[in-house]
Design a protein around this ligand. Structure first.
Ligand code: PFF
Length: 458
């Protein structure tokens, strides 16, 4: 079967950026930045990207493009007969596993887009927002219905193929995402008192930066860039041989970071405008679905057209960001099933979709009828979330960097990254040094930290 490629360099970069820009940019990065030293945190974050994120992203790109295969196939080809082939399989599993719970949140963003558009938050007292969210997620039908809808859209894009599905949708959705982000940023920055929000986000405070913050920045960089699993490797397997790998990785990282910082400019001016304490807005779902709808109503005038438009655009933005990331996660598994088990794309995608529907529904229902099913004090959704974030991603990242630094043939690496000698690679030695020593060590520390080992020692 003929393997498709992306049709253009810009299409390839937008697709990879679509994978990177996701919920993580909005619901984690801004609040972590504000609380952990503002510009100081951003500098630490950028350093993490430079020394850790870029080398791993470039390696994932390289492995995918060189082998022109799905992630499991790619590692098998490069490590014939050795246990390293399991790294690829782990990547496929991780992507598939993340998609199960990530889609649930994607579905919530659709519901909140609709609620905002029909002005459902009008006149709701501040205390009401928690009820609105809790009763929505506990409902056995609504979130599941949205989930089916969200997954149906992913399925539609994936079955259309690499060029007319993934690439085409990225070419429409990513520019849309940039425009909405820009419009919302301008609106938010024009609010009275916005400068306090900007100050909260940017004022450098190095006294807040300690080892925990550095580890947090590393973990965030990792999740945000979609590293440690098969996404970027799979997408790179559709890159053309002339695509400059290092430059593409730099572009994707810049887009991802800029959007994350802008998300902060959307959120915090409004928070300060209504006199709320940024330390009370929460993080993740509670920030996004409980604090922010309230903040936007109050900041832009309860029930006014401006509030409706701002809030609707914000949730639509989140929806688009989640969707492009979810598509990349689905593609990892679809490419694997199609190529390794020689199925048609339609069949492979359907199989993946079906499994995601079943497990996603379980995750979704774990806030309602299935909330009684708990392990380690976590419902099913949190088990998926924590296991992938705390175990699968760091483990994958560590193994990928060791594989790229120690196992992969050095000459092969150099040839591929320089496109057969066409490009200069003055950073090559540094890159390998990071892959061999810094990245595995740093990710190992994040891993231990997330498992709570350091807290335990304290
Ligand atoms: N990078 C995405 C985000 O920031 O939300 C999430 C993600 C997508 C993580 C794909 C991992 C992944 F493979």
């Amino acid at each position: 079967m003929e393997r498709e490629n992306f049709g253009s360099k810009i299409g390839a970069i937008l697709a990879a950026a679509g994978s990177a820009v996701g919920l993580g940019n909005v619901w984690r990065f801004p609040i972590e930045t504000g609380q952990n030293g503002g510009a100081a945190f951003i500098i630490v974050y950028v350093i993490c990207i430079l020394v850790l994120g870029l080398p791993i992203m470039i390696s994932e790109f390289l492995i995918g493009r060189y082998t022109h295969a799905n992630t499991a196939g790619a590692y098998r080809i490069l490590s014939e007969g050795s246990p390293w082939k399991w790294v690829g399989r782990l990547g496929v599993f991780t992507g598939w596993f993340i998609l199960c719970y990530y889609s649930v949140v994607g579905a919530w963003t659709m519901h909140y887009t609709l609620l905002s558009a029909i002005n459902a938050f009008y006149d709701a007292p501040a205390s009401q927002y928690e009820n609105i969210f809790n009763s929505f997620v506990a409902n056995p039908w609504m979130p599941t219905l949205w989930l089916f809808f969200f997954i149906a859209i992913i399925h539609f894009v994936i079955t259309r193929g690499v060029k007319s599905g993934i690439e085409k949708s990225a070419k429409v959705m990513m520019p849309t995402l940039f425009v909405i982000t820009a419009v919302l940023t301008v609106c938010s920055i024009c609010l009275p008192g916005a400068s306090k929000g900007v100050e909260f986000l940017l004022k450098p405070d190095w006294s807040k930066v300690d080892s925990t913050v550095i580890l947090q920045a590393m973990g965030q960089a990792f999740f945000s860039l979609s590293l440690g699993m098969g996404c970027l490797c799979t997408y790179a397997s559709y890159f053309d041989k002339k695509t400059p790998l290092a430059k593409s990785a730099v572009n994707v990282s810049i887009i991802d970071t800029v959007i994350a910082i802008m998300a902060g400019f959307i959120i915090f001016p409004s928070v300060f405008n209504i006199g709320m304490n940024p330390n009370e807005v929460g993080v993740g779902a509670s920030l996004t679905f409980i604090s922010l709808p309230n903040v936007f109503q109050q900041a832009f005038g309860d029930g006014t057209l401006l509030a409706v438009v701002f809030s609707t655009l914000f949730y639509f933005l989140l929806f688009v960001a989640a969707l492009t990331s979810a598509i990349s996660l689905h593609e990892v598994a679809t490419a694997y099933v199609t190529e390794e088990f020689k199925m048609s794309r339609k069949k492979g995608a359907s199989l993946v979709t079906l499994t995601i529907l079943v497990l996603g529904t379980l995750c979704s229902l774990s806030f309602g009828p299935l909330s009684g099913i708990q392990l380690f004090d976590r419902n099913i959704f949190s088990l998926f979330d924590d296991f992938s974030g705390m175990v699968l991603l760091p483990l994958g990242g560590m193994l990928i960097s060791i594989f790229a630094g120690w196992v992969l043939d050095r000459q092969l690496y150099r040839d591929e990254i320089s496109n057969g000698g066409d490009l200069k690679t003055p950073y090559f030695k540094l890159l390998i040094f990071s892959l061999r020593y810094i990245a595995p060590l740093a990710i190992g520390l994040v891993f231990l930290d997330q498992l709570g080992v350091f807290n335990f020692m304290k």
